[in-house]
Design a protein around this ligand. Structure first.
Ligand SMILES: Cc1cc2nc3c(=O)[nH]c(=O)nc-3n(C[C@H](O)[C@H](O)[C@H](O)COP(=O)(O)OP(=O)(O)OC[C@H]3O[C@@H](n4cnc5c(N)ncnc54)[C@H](O)[C@@H]3O)c2cc1C
Length: 336
């Protein structure tokens, strides 16, 4: 491993002033929170930072009511958030997505700030001997013609088909969320839906964060019907595996009729994905197997398979149907 400087500033503001912007090639500086992404990629030589600025204990941790919304500190661990009653009782999709992610050891150290910024698990990104426009701009994409079974079918480009790997972000995107950021220019907020950017012809640019911007927390506006929400995750084995396809679903229902549906997709797209056309179709419909499947078809209407991952299109459609049915079956006391 290349040697690097470890810096421990006294405050989040000091950290912002201390970190050098990291280049696409992985040099410069980086924030260190739980370290479960950044240290992993350093061991693979995918990232070779000159310095790590440790922010873990500087970030707010915990979940509380604030201004009629739910405030979540970026230093909150995945484990603490997963078991917090505010998530479990008021928006189970947010809790499920965390329980179904990674392992207990990882959830105990990983933070929600680092979580949304985790990097793709595309095997070509993680292998420095392969061409990857995300890791080395202009080098090409070995995945489009390679083994792409686990890669994306939505939001792709000829330059990149890397899947956004995280779970929680696909549930968070269901709810109007402001990301609180402190940076060299001071504090600001970014709508969560605007945080991640499609790969297009610049796959190395993954977010709208500036160099040295630090996420400090999230303000989540939960509708009072968010208790009817689930995170359905399909994976190659039942635990400790990334999603092959997932659907976060929240439903506002009157009897069998859907007033409003919200659908977030994971494992199939290059960024956390909101299936808005499918949501529009479902509004005012009775939920049946037929309308659920049609919502799935609409959600994947613009999908493109790349060979090995063609199966993700029907799988993703079925995952939406399953998520809708699981959400509809919830009662305030739990599953029927
Ligand atoms: C074996 C394994 C299995 C996993 N399985 C899953 C899974 O099934 N589902 C899932 O969702 N995830 C999974 N993960 C990913 C894991 O959830 C993430 O690695 C973790 O959430 C990242 O959080 P962290 O605090 O460790 O981030 P770090 O590794 O410390 O940081 C991640 C990135 O974000 C930057 N950063 C960190 N905090 C901030 C901040 N506050 N503001 C700005 N930048 C910041 C860092 O510089 C770095 O670039 C898995 C990871 C591993 C190693």
């Amino acid at each position: 491993m290349k040697s690097f400087a470890y810096q421990k500033p006294a405050s989040a503001q000091a950290a912002v002033g201390m970190v050098d912007p990291m280049s696409a090639a992985g040099q410069g500086g980086a924030f260190l929170a739980g370290g479960t992404t950044v240290l992993d990629l350093m061991k693979l030589h995918v990232l070779t930072p000159d310095s790590l600025t440790d922010v873990k204990t500087l970030l707010p941790a915990g979940i509380e009511e604030r201004d009629g919304a739910l405030y979540v500190g970026a230093g909150t661990t995945m484990a603490a958030a997963a078991e917090h009653p505010a998530f479990r009782d008021r928006a189970p999709a947010l809790s499920d997505a965390l329980w179904k992610a990674a392992s207990p050891q990882l959830r105990n150290v990983a933070t929600l700030g680092g979580n949304v910024l985790q990097r793709t698990r595309c095997p070509y990104f993680r292998d420095v001997a392969s061409a990857c426009n995300k890791r080395e701009p202009g080098s090409g994409c070995a995945a489009t013609e390679g083994v792409n079974r686990l890669l994306a079918v939505l939001g792709t480009s000829e330059d990149c088909i890397a899947t956004y790997a995280g779970d929680w972000a696909n549930a968070l995107i269901l709810f109007d969320t402001q990301v609180e950021v402190t940076g060299p220019e001071g504090d600001r907020t970014i709508a969560f839906e605007d945080l991640h950017t499609l790969p297009g012809d610049t796959p190395a640019v993954e977010t709208t964060l500036g160099d040295a911007d630090l996420i400090t927390g999230y303000l989540i506006d939960l509708p009072d019907w968010a208790w009817r929400s689930v995170y359905t995750k399909v994976r190659d084995r039942e635990s400790y595996a990334f999603a092959v396809a997932s659907a976060a679903v929240a439903l506002d229902m009157e009897e069998d009729t859907i007033r409003e549906a919200r659908i977030g997709l994971g494992g199939v797209a290059t960024v956390p994905w909101r299936a808005r056309a499918a949501e529009d179709y479902l509004a005012g419909k009775t939920l049946t197997e037929e309308t659920g499947l049609e919502a799935g078809r609409i959600a994947f209407a613009d999908a493109r398979g790349w060979g090995h991952n063609d199966f993700k299109i029907p799988l993703g459609q079925q995952t939406i149907l399953r998520g809708l049915m699981e959400a509809a079956a919830l009662t305030r006391e739990g599953t029927q």
